[in-house]
Design a protein around this ligand. Structure first.
Ligand code: 4GY
Length: 220
C-alpha cells in the first residue's frame, strides 16, 4: 500500500512514525511519501496562496502550485482523494474499499481551501471524517491512512480486522486482563472458565447488549 500526501505541513505527519503505523513503515508493509506543496511554488517568496476572487476572508491555495505538486507524482492511475467536510462520510466499509487500492494520493487543503479548478481537474473522490470543520486536511488524512493501513498485510492480525467493531455490525464486547480483582471488582467468572464455546456465546451477548445501550441506531 502506497500513500502520497500533498500538504503544506508535512511535519504534522511525524506522529505516523510512532506505534503500529511507524512499525508498518519500517517493515515496508506500507509506504507514506510526504510531498510539500510549497516546494512547487515558482515564486521567489515561495507563495502558495492568494486572496479569493469576489472578496471574502482568508487565503485560497493556488491551483498551479497544487497541480505541479500533483504532477510530480508519476502514477496517473492512483486514486486522488481530497479531505473535505463536503465529502462522503468515511465509514469502515469505505476504509475496506480503499484498502484494495495499490496507491492513494491524498490532497490536504489549508486556510479557506483550494481553487476549485484544480480540485475538479485532479480529484477522484472527496472524503469527510465527520461533520465539523478543521483548520486543514492533515488530521483527516492521518485518520484515513491509519484506518486503511490496518488492512495492509502484516500490519495487524487478520483476526483483529475481522472481529472488530463495525465489521460484524456490532460494537466490541468488553475485555479484561490481570489482576483478577481490581478495586474489589472481579473479572466475569466465565472468562476464567476455559470453556471456549460459552465464552464465545457470552461475548456475542455482550456485543449485542453494548450495541443496544450505546448505539441503538446500529441495530435499526
Ligand atoms: N471534517 N473531514 C475535513 C476538514 C478542513 C480548509 C479544506 C473534515 O475531512 N476534512 O474539516 N478539513 C478544511 C480546511 C480546506 C479542508
Amino acid at each position: 500500500m502506497n500513500f502520497d500526501v500533498l500538504t503544506l505541513f508535512p511535519e504534522m505527519f511525524d506522529s505516523l512514525k510512532s506505534s503500529i503505523i511507524g512499525r508498518a513503515q519500517e517493515k515496508n508493509l506500507i509506504n507514506i511519501n510526504l510531498i510539500n506543496i510549497r516546494d512547487f511554488s515558482k515564486d521567489k517568496h515561495k507563495k502558495v496562496d492568494d486572496t479569493p476572487y469576489g472578496g471574502g476572508a482568508g487565503m485560497i491555495m493556488k491551483p498551479d502550485v497544487v497541480y505541479d505538486a500533483y504532477d510530480s507524482i508519476q502514477d496517473k492511475n492512483a486514486k486522488v482523494i481530497y479531505m473535505s467536510p463536503q465529502g462522503q462520510k468515511l465509514t469502515q466499509k469505505k476504509v475496506c474499499e480503499l484498502a484494495n487500492e495499490k496507491h492513494l494520493i491524498i490532497l490536504c487543503g489549508h486556510y479557506e481551501g483550494i481553487d476549485q479548478r484544480v480540485i475538479d481537474e485532479i480529484v477522484d473522490e472527496e472524503i469527510s471524517i465527520g461533520d465539523y470543520v478543521l483548520t486543514g486536511g492533515e488530521l483527516p488524512a492521518m485518520v484515513l491512512i491509519d484506518a486503511v493501513s490496518r488492512y495492509a498485510d502484516g500490519v495487524i492480525t487478520k483476526e483483529s480486522t475481522v472481529e472488530e467493531s463495525f465489521t460484524n455490525g456490532l460494537l466490541e464486547y468488553p475485555q479484561y486482563t490481570r489482576p483478577e480483582v481490581f478495586r474489589g471488582v472481579r473479572v466475569p467468572e466465565i472468562l476464567l472458565s476455559g470453556h471456549h464455546e460459552n465464552i464465545e456465546k457470552w461475548r456475542k451477548e455482550k456485543s449485542l447488549e453494548v450495541t443496544k445501550n450505546k448505539r441503538p441506531d446500529m441495530l435499526k
